[in-house]
Design a protein around this ligand. Structure first.
Ligand SMILES: [Zn+2]
Ligand SMILES: [Zn+2]
Length: 381
């Protein structure tokens, strides 16, 4: 259920940008944590700030007007607001000042995730593969084990901020006198400093290092899919828990096969006479090696022969898709006198075969559907 952002600000759906701004400003005057420390007011302040953030952004407002909730998609994608921290931007943009007081941040914090791209060919995507990769990442400092201190020394309270991790200043703003705060520049918001830092990591508790990791890619992966390796990302400041490492698959284009989900497509050029008389063609299929495809007598250009279960394995079930061979009939262009003689004789026998003018119709629906999908796949790369 999408949140009622208009209702939160008490404006109508047709409200102009100025009206939205005015409504937010009026409510923020009552609810800002420095004015109203009441918990309920703070919760409402967060809500109206999100509502303002959404309705002041034309793109996000459009999503709301279509019945969606842009903040939900944002958090599902992992880049939405995380608690109060994210609101700093909108508040700062609006009132030009710092955010509300939050106290010192921890020295030990979780590390960030890393992303690595891996190019695989179609065969590797089909079989799955284990590859060694070298990652340049932050690892735990083995000298201080994350403490950041040298020997037996300990961190001390920061003199500049008195341990609060932030410096407060009184500013005049739209709200009147407002207490704003910013992270302490000396301790970086931690509230303590290390007088005698570790000689290897300089107090950060982690160092950069190259590591070789073995990455197992499952059979059936496709372009753009990500494999998550838990806790193989960056170690956090102060030796905090490592983030995850994501390996994103980039599938190389195959010289023969075009992939459409678990199905594969290829084109087989068949000489005119073979299409008429029927033949077999050997295709070097993915996972199956040389595989015979029967071209029945009387095969028309654009016909599709499907080999069930000769496509890619499904990532989870392992059930294989199909291989679709699109038949292209090739008419000979270089004919010698004997060829011409034979074809004339053939024509004499086929007196009923003659050119016919018809209205243009869309090609058979399945064929056109597949071919347009193929074209999309080609142009999409
Ligand atoms: Zn400080
Ligand atoms: Zn260290």
């Amino acid at each position: 259920m999408a949140r009622d952002y208009y209702g939160l600000l008490g404006v109508s759906k047709g409200a102009s940008d100025t009206e939205i701004k005015r409504a937010y400003r009026r409510l923020a005057r009552e609810l800002h944590p420095d004015v109203n420390p009441d918990e309920e007011a703070q919760a409402r302040f967060r809500e109206i700030s999100v509502a303002y953030e959404v309705l002041s952004d034309p793109e996000k407002r459009r999503i709301v007007d279509l019945g969606g909730d842009p903040m939900e998609t944002a958090s599902a994608a992992g880049n939405g607001f995380s608690g109060f921290g994210g609101l700093g931007d909108v508040f700062e943009a609006f009132f030009g000042g710092g955010t509300a007081s939050r106290g010192p941040i921890g020295r030990v914090r979780p590390g960030s995730d890393s992303l690595l791209r891996m190019r695989l060919d179609l065969e590797e995507c089909a079989t799955g593969v284990t590859k060694q990769v070298t990652v340049d990442t932050a690892v735990l400092c083995d000298l201080c084990h994350g403490k950041g201190t040298h020997g037996n020394s300990t961190p001390v309270t920061c003199d500049t901020c008195g341990g609060r991790g932030e410096i407060q200043t009184v500013q005049r703003s739209l709200l009147g006198q407002v207490m704003t705060s910013r992270p302490c520049p000396v301790c970086g918001g931690v509230g303590e400093v290390i007088p005698d830092p570790c000689h290897r990591c300089g107090g950060d508790g982690r160092v950069r290092a190259r590591r070789d990791i073995s990455v197992k890619i499952p059979a059936g992966v496709g372009d753009g899919m990500r494999v998550r390796l838990a806790a193989q990302g960056e170690v956090g400041p102060g030796g905090g828990p490592a983030g995850d490492l994501y390996v994103e698959v980039h599938e190389k284009q195959h010289p023969t096969f075009v992939r459409d989900g678990d199905d594969l497509h290829c084109t087989i050029s068949v000489p005119m006479v073979d299409a008429a008389l029927g033949t077999t063609v050997t295709v070097d299929a993915i996972l199956d090696g040389p595989t015979e495809i029967t071209i029945p007598a009387g095969t028309q250009p654009g016909a599709i022969t499907t080999l069930r279960g000769h496509g890619m394995p499904h990532l989870r079930s392992g059930v294989r898709g199909d291989l679709h061979a699109h038949i292209d009939v090739v008419v000979p262009t270089r004919l010698d006198n004997e060829d011409i003689e034979l074809l004339r004789k053939f024509k004499e026998r086929r007196t009923r075969d003659e050119a016919e003018v018809r209205s243009t119709q869309a090609p058979a629906s399945t064929a056109s559907g597949l071919f347009s999908r193929l074209r999309e796949t080609f142009t999409g790369r």
